[in-house]
Design a protein around this ligand. Structure first.
Ligand code: ATP
Ligand code: MG
Length: 323
């Protein structure tokens, strides 16, 4: 059973990425699981080469610092497999219709109102299908924004298999068991996101403790004045309680019972977040200071992923008539 999950180097990793994804990957992973930094996808919108390179390294370091063991799961960077992916993407673009690619709602959303839209923004769901099919993933955790893309990957796998012969596993989308969508502290109506820029309401994993504390101090609450877990009426307080709960391993209701004022709540959240992030942050900084070790892990991960993928790619090239 191969589970495949990725993170895009579109910005700095934040508390939501950590609690909602990376920490879960770190607590349960097996030899067949694959975790990767999806740097090719980050090129579908205008990007800065130096920042892309730095963010990719940083995210690889965070995956390791969080406790994903690269000797167990396969940890790698997507573009290290660019040759294999390029080849498979072409086969799948030749399996996908223009109409199918053109129906993707995310393309419509992301391209709307843009003066210049990269062609890769239209075709990237096919690259995503190539990622999934190349690695023979059985299970792919996808949020609502990706279900249509996963459906396309399934369609392409089935059509390819029916047309040419059984080569690909048809992947299943699984709902990520996100206990909490961590919301922006300054605007609890939206989730923390990498691509939302340098928001004062986003806690970054590499923020120094003082910055973390300051951002939590300034978190938006309400005028109710009572600490209760009521996401409808008190979204800001509920978000803080969910963060506290996720960091301390209790339910948000239990967390609500441990503090009696907004000031006490914020102090407790600040302590919990600082202590939760401290070891990951320290270990990330160490890894970034040791480029040779990080490069070694990166090369080994790429080699392992490539070796696993090659027989499947060979089979696909063969059945379409290219070998
Ligand atoms: P972008 O704005 O570029 O989409 P992102 O912050 O949404 O960035 P992704 O790379 O899309 O991050 O997602 C990486 C993982 O983090 C996914 O598994 C996603 O479900 C999870 N994740 C992202 N934001 C949150 C959040 N606010 N709370 C919980 N989990 C999150
Ligand atoms: Mg996202």
């Amino acid at each position: 059973m191969t589970l495949l999950s990725g993170i895009q180097p579109t910005g700095a990793i934040h508390l939501g990425n950590y609690l909602g994804a990376v920490r879960r990957w770190a607590t349960a992973h097996g030899r067949d699981d694959m975790f990767f930094v999806v740097d090719l996808h980050a090129m579908t919108v205008p990007h800065h080469p130096g920042r892309l390179r730095a963010r990719t390294r940083e995210q690889l370091a965070v995956l390791l610092a969080a406790g994903i063991d690269p000797d167990v799961a396969c940890v790698f960077v997507q573009s290290d497999l660019v040759d294999q992916l390029g080849a498979l993407t072409w086969l799948l673009e030749s399996t996908c219709t223009f109409g199918e690619a053109n129906r993707m709602t995310q393309f419509k959303e992301k391209s709307e109102g843009q003066a210049s839209v990269r062609l890769s923004l239209l075709t990237y769901p096919v690259l995503m299908a190539a990622d999934i099919l190349l690695h023979g993933a059985d299970e792919v955790p996808v949020g609502e924004d990706q279900t249509q893309h996963l459906e396309l990957a399934r369609t392409l796998a089935r059509r390819f298999n029916n047309t040419y012969g059984e080569v690909f596993t048809v992947p299943r989308g699984v709902l990520p068991q996100v206990a909490a969508r961590v919301r922006d502290l300054a605007d609890p109506t939206r989730k923390m996101a990498k691509s939302s820029g340098d928001s004062p309401g986003t806690i970054y994993l590499l923020d120094p403790p003082d910055t973390v504390r300051r951002k939590i101090q300034r978190a938006v609450t309400d005028t109710v004045g009572e600490v209760r877990y009521d996401p409808e009426r008190q979204p800001g307080v509920a978000n803080l309680l969910e963060i506290l709960a996720a960091c301390t391993g209790v339910s948000p209701y239990t967390a609500a019972g441990t503090v009696d004022s907004y000031a006490a709540l914020k102090a407790a959240v600040a302590d919990a977040v600082v202590e939760t992030l401290r070891p990951v942050r320290e270990r990330t900084v160490e890894l970034l200071d040791d480029p040779a070790e990080l490069d070694r892990v990166r090369r080994a991960g790429a080699e392992r992923a490539r070796r696993r993928a090659q027989p499947r790619l060979d089979a696909a090239l063969e059945v379409v008539g290219l070998r």
